[in-house]
Design a protein around this ligand. Structure first.
Ligand SMILES: Nc1ncnc2c1ncn2[C@@H]1O[C@H](COP(=O)(O)OP(=O)(O)OP(=O)(O)O)[C@@H](O)[C@H]1O
Ligand SMILES: [Mg+2]
Length: 492
């Protein structure tokens, strides 16, 4: 298999997103497609996947010119696309999702459920997964959904697989499992495009890299000849400074105290305290219960046992509205499902929690809304066309920044951030880390949930490690190392 894309151009209205881009891929290689948020990575792959038409340019597969007008045509040519935003149907079981658009039927024309279940089960076994193919997608955690999408591409026997940020909600052991599959596929001659902002993963798994900056292909080469910092420099166009670690926030008054909190089957007997002026990390592996724990604090599940105190006062938080009124903010981990309102504009999404404050005589003050959002847009350098455009027109990383903007503008006393840099590029990651530290300096109690040890070390004063729904230890100072956190997270 050999793919060539030449002179690809694409504009959205006046916004030129791809400017005569060349890209190529051979069978049996994994090529990283890199670039800042909004650089044009997803757009380029959407053209290859038949999701978007190009304005100009040529695509050839094994020397034959191709035009993919629909995703089905691209799929028929052996190209499987794992999208950045999850693309599964919640109301169907896993196995039916695996065969959407190419369902297996029996001779009498009825769906062959048994065969679809069997083939799905086979792929899961190859991936080392213990998931029942008959489970409804709705009941899966985000990271399992991602794994199901990857399995679906495997099942298609694709010759070329496009993976648009496939590991954003996976933790290390799952990522390793996915990488093992990718190596097997590479060995079988499959070509893989790997889009990611996790540059260490890129170095680990990819053979080649190609970097887009503002719609122009600015660098290409072999991964063996480069480094994380060189890749970051290509993406951003200048050096990316990573601040030294070792924080000493001055601990202020107690803001949040949780005592003996239990919600079966997710977590049990969890106690912790978060203070003003401090960044508290919570880390662990998939299924450790940290996301469920913090969504409880934000009012998502009222039927917990134990005590929650906010600013020293015992409260029973039953709704998110109540949590907001108490001064809590919460950036959830799965942006598409919980973080944004898809039918609303960028500015509406970015200011929704401020609406009560922006309303006069029952009417929303649009000017005040634009002004408040503009402050955050600058602070986070959100890349957008017009603020009234739909949120879905933004690149994934910029959507994440809008979710952050929303909560920053609410000026919470306690801010909970679950996986705050998912899909965010290296430069913007550093900006978000700086903002998190600045919030703590401004006396906010910040809680960061992350499975990336590097992230915890970079931004937190201390961190709790969870294992199977319980806090197993607290690390800080010299003990806050990648090795130690991994040891605790695996129950060691
Ligand atoms: N359907 C659309 N309508 C209008 N503009 C769009 C649309 N899709 C993408 N864009 C714009 O095209 C540019 C490139 O977006 P794209 O999604 O390709 O970026 P990306 O490199 O994948 O970024 P990220 O790392 O954040 O996912 C952005 O400025 C985005 O706002
Ligand atoms: Mg993208």
């Amino acid at each position: 298999m050999q793919l060539m894309m030449q002179g690809i151009c694409k504009a959205f209205a006046a916004n030129e997103v791809l400017k005569a881009v060349d890209f190529h891929l051979d069978g049996g290689e994994i090529c990283a497609l890199l670039g800042e948020n909004g650089a044009g990575k997803s757009t380029l792959m959407n053209i290859l996947g038949g999701v978007l038409p190009a304005d100009a340019g040529v695509i050839t597969l094994d020397g034959a010119q191709k035009v993919f007008a629909t995703p089905t045509q691209s799929l028929a040519a052996g190209i499987a696309f794992i999208h950045q935003e999850l693309n599964l149907i919640n109301d169907l079981p896993i196995y039916e999702n695996m065969f959407i658009g190419r369902e297996l039927t029996k001779k009498n024309g009825f769906l062959d459920h048994a065969e679809m279940i069997r083939q799905t089960g086979d792929v899961f076994e190859r991936m080392g997964l213990a998931i029942d193919p008959r489970v409804m997608v709705r009941d899966l955690d985000a990271s399992y959904k991602q794994i199901v999408e990857i399995s679906r591409a495997l099942l298609m026997n694709a010759r070329l697989i496009i993976m648009d940020e496939p590991t954003t909600s996976l933790t290390d052991p799952e990522i390793q499992r996915v990488f093992a599959m990718l190596r097997t596929l590479r060995g079988q001659g499959v070509g893989i495009v790997f889009i990611s902002h996790k540059l260490r993963e890129v170095i680990e798994i990819c053979d080649r890299y190609a970097v887009l900056r503002d719609g122009v292909m600015v660098a290409q080469g072999r991964v063996a000849d480069t480094s994380v910092s060189a890749l970051a420099r290509h993406m951003v166009g200048h050096e990316v400074a990573s601040d030294a670690m070792g924080h000493q926030g001055t601990r202020g008054e107690e803001r949040l105290r949780i005592t003996d909190l239990t919600l079966e089957p997710y977590y049990r007997h969890v106690s912790l305290t978060a203070y003003a002026g401090e960044v508290l990390g919570i880390t662990g592996l998939l299924g450790d219960g940290r996301s469920e724990l913090m969504s409880t604090v934000f009012g998502a599940q009222g039927d917990y046992q134990g005590e929650i105190r906010v600013m020293g006062k015992a409260v029973h938080i039953k709704s998110t509205g109540q949590a907001v009124a108490l001064g809590l903010g919460y950036v959830p981990r799965n942006r598409k499902e919980n973080g944004i309102v898809k039918d609303m504009s960028i500015v509406e999404n970015g200011s929704i929690v401020m609406w009560p404050r922006l309303t006069r005589h029952g009417l929303l003050d649009h000017q005040a809304q634009e002004k408040a959002f503009d402050t955050q847009r600058r602070a986070l350098s959100i890349k957008l066309g017009r603020t009234r455009d739909p949120i879905m027109s933004l690149s994934g990383g910029n959507q994440q920044k809008v979710v952050l903007a929303k909560w920053l503008s609410a000026e919470p006393k306690i801010l909970i951030l679950d996986n705050p840099t998912q899909g965010v590029d290296v430069g913007a990651k550093e900006e978000i880390y700086d903002i998190i530290r600045a919030l703590a300096d401004a006396n906010v109690a910040v809680i960061v949930l992350s499975s990336e040890a590097q992230e915890i070390i970079r931004v937190c004063d201390r961190a709790l490690v969870m294992y199977h729904g319980a806090v197993c230890d607290e690390v800080m100072g010299e003990r806050m190392t990648e090795h130690e956190m991994m040891r605790l997270a695996t129950g060691g």
